[in-house]
Design a protein around this ligand. Structure first.
Ligand code: SF4
Ligand code: SF4
Length: 231
């Protein structure tokens, strides 16, 4: 079994609800707390398992904002595990989830340097490494209703842009989406073999702005006048 997330970059609206839900669950759940140091000060900082990056692609008027949530990819060949000198960082054989044993971690930060996705953050208060656990304390909790046994970020996403499941099972929803929408992993050339997969944004026609509409109307009139003069 290879559990992970599939994230639809076409429908993600960049609202950060998943990041806030992650923070809330992991602060009040059993794996927290995630510290926020002077979160509202001049230089807000804190530990987050999930961060949303925003990119502008293309040139106006063919530009598009792409919102890209990023958390631990639960890589199959994760150097964050092999560099750990205490064995605190490990990958579970049964489901592929990468975890940190908080009792063994000495906070040396080596795993964060080894992670090319910026998925690990040192908790300066606890002095240990923290990262996405795929809400392991939710997904196996049999006291929850089956539909609630999913990571907090997946349940919360108002755009239904996040999917959770077994990417080794060809019949799972995540595998089907990956096949149908040509899902991509991030920076495959690095060889970490990330499990989390992104569904690329669809190519859409630009929505003409007033400027463009006005310009195209003027150029159509000019074209028509030119043609009339030539005749
Ligand atoms: S994304 Fe980073 S922290 Fe997560 S498994 Fe891969 S290398 Fe390790
Ligand atoms: S909650 Fe959903 S739509 Fe909002 S940022 Fe996260 S993935 Fe995107």
């Amino acid at each position: 079994m290879r559990l992970g997330l599939v994230i639809d970059l076409d429908t993600c609206v960049g609202c950060h609800a998943c990041a806030v839900a992650c923070k809330q669950w992991n602060t009040s759940g059993t794996t927290g707390p995630l510290t926020d140091i002077a979160a509202y000060g001049a230089e807000p900082s804190g530990v987050w398992f999930n961060r949303i990056r925003h990119y502008e692609v293309g040139d106006y008027p063919n530009n598009k904002t792409v919102n890209m949530p990023m958390s631990c990819m639960h890589c199959q060949d994760a150097d964050c595990v092999t560099v750990c000198p205490t064995g605190a960082s490990y990958k579970r054989k049964e489901d592929g989830i990468v975890l940190v044993d908080q009792d063994k971690c000495m906070g040396c930060n080596l795993c964060a340097w080894a992670c090319p996705y910026g998925a690990r953050e040192l908790d300066p208060v606890d002095g240990v490494m923290k990262k996405c656990t795929l809400c392991i304390d939710r997904i196996y909790d049999e006291t929850l209703e089956p539909e609630d046994r999913q990571p907090a970020c997946v349940i919360t996403c108002p755009a239904h842009a996040r999917f959770f499941g077994d990417l080794d099972d060809p019949d799972s929803q995540v595998s089907r989406l990956t096949r149908e929408r040509a899902g991509q992993t991030l920076m495959p050339e690095l060889g970490y073999k990330p499990t989390n997969t992104y569904l690329p944004p669809r190519v859409t026609r630009p929505v003409p702005t007033d400027d463009v509409r006005r310009k195209s109307l003027i150029s159509s009139v000019k074209e028509w006048v030119n043609q009339a003069i030539v005749r």
